[in-house]
Write a protein that binds this ligand. Sequence first.
Ligand code: KG4
Ligand code: ZN
Length: 366
Amino acid sequence: MIGPILGVETSCDETSAAVLGPGGEILGLVIHSQDVHHVYGGIVPELAARDHLRRITLVVDAALGQADVKRKELAAVAVTAAPGLIGALLVGYTWARAQAFGLGIPLIPVHHMEAHLFGPVLENPEAVPPFVALLVSGGHTLLVWVPVWGRYELIGETRDDAVGEAFDKVGKLLGLPYPGGPEIEALARQGDPLRFAFPRPMLKRSQSEDDPDFFDFSFSGLKTAVAQTVAPLEENGTLESERMHLAAGFQEAAVDVLVGKTLRAVRAVGCTRVLVGGGVSANKFLRDRLVHALGRDGTLFYSSPRLAMDNGAMVARAGQFRADRLQESVQEVSARAPIPGSTAWQGSLRSGGAGPRRPTSIKEGH
Ligand code: KG4
Ligand code: ZN
């Protein structure tokens, strides 16, 4: 693979940079989580963009320093190009583009959700397709069938709020600091999940595969159900003592839906290898429930919390895959259109050993 490669991530509220070696090993990784949003209880896009701009050079320099790699030794720069907050994305993308241009090396744009798929393989070489992926973050809730890297078939997605967003909004209702996800998980450990019964949206036994919402998610109604339960407790002054039970009840309902839908996808596809990625995959309660549901025959791949949240290492690793893919298509073109009298192209194919591949037959899904 191409390396050393710099990966830059600024799509939301983490400014992160990483340097990976040619084997995909992390040589340096720095993540700056912005705290400017905490007083507002949610992300303020304009503040996010400004903070990225303030930090990005420092963060990249620190990652290069950890890796002991000089700028001029870099082989490529990978950067999150979409999706995300537009101002935040533009800071990282423009910065990375200028770096690549100045250094005369390729710029590799990366899709943020594809990068999350590459999180677990940074720590576990077996976390490779085929697998069913459950991608759960602050902006997305996706179920994707991944038969090979680069081929993504959407099975289900949220129709309204992402599950991470629901965790954050419920956190706010309970008066917890932003982001609510980790706070709710911690609080829920002491709570009784049966004290408040919350709905499991779009998860009914009577549904069949033909129902349009069989694999899809919805979390906005669950959040409203929590809000309606919180209001009278706030009025009569008992919210404080019920918070842990509310957190446990909400988490149980959200996780029931995530696990239930993942199992449906596993059965439909016939593959018991499952990858869970994105910030919400840092939730141990979710991971334990997935492992339990998959049973002995199943395998769950996930990252340590640091690599589950937004980070430059997953971007760099997805960039390495994209660069290799590009290289393969270049070889394919040269194999089809040899320069008459030249043998150089034949040599490059022979030394590769594998012969020409057909990347054009692989479907791109995003
Ligand atoms: O992937 P990520 O870092 O950023 C986005 O791409 O959105 O995910 C951030 C989301 C936030 O909503 C945060 O509350 C959630 O991940 N999160 C968690 C936990 N840790 C982070 N949600 C539930 N339990 C956690 N332990
Ligand atoms: Zn993310």
